[in-house]
Unconditional design. Structure first.
Length: 116
């Protein structure tokens, strides 16, 4: 079973920055991709960004140009740098890993609140 250590959420003013970090450990399968989803109240969970083992990245349209995802494969750590934050970025952000042969595993989530 994968264990997650997430950090970096919090409260920030509009236009500010936050950096989310997540380390995954304990999985039995090779991690193919790591990334972040988010879920705002009353909304479905949506992809923010992810990065594959070969460093190919995917970003949601709203994240392009503002967020940057990076990964340390040796440490199974993924970091999401979020700049120019907006109130609509307020959500619980969930780290996830995609393990080959085992599907997705999720962290417990970290709250990001952006005040106007």
């Amino acid at each position: 079973q994968v264990q997650f250590e997430e950090s970096g959420g919090g409260l920030v003013q509009s236009g500010g920055s936050l950096s989310l970090s997540c380390t995954a450990s304990g999985g039995r399968f090779t991690i193919y991709a790591m990334g972040w989803y988010r879920q705002a109240p009353g909304m479905e969970r949506e992809l923010v960004a992810d990065v594959r083992t070969d460093d190919v990245t995917t970003y949601a349209d709203y994240a392009k140009g503002r967020f940057t995802i990076s990964r340390d494969n040796a440490k199974n750590t993924v970091t999401l740098q979020m700049n120019s934050l907006k109130p609509e970025d307020t959500a619980v952000y969930y780290c996830y890993v995609h393990q080959l042969g085992a599907g997705l595993a999720w962290g417990q989530g970290t709250q990001v609140t952006v005040s106007s």
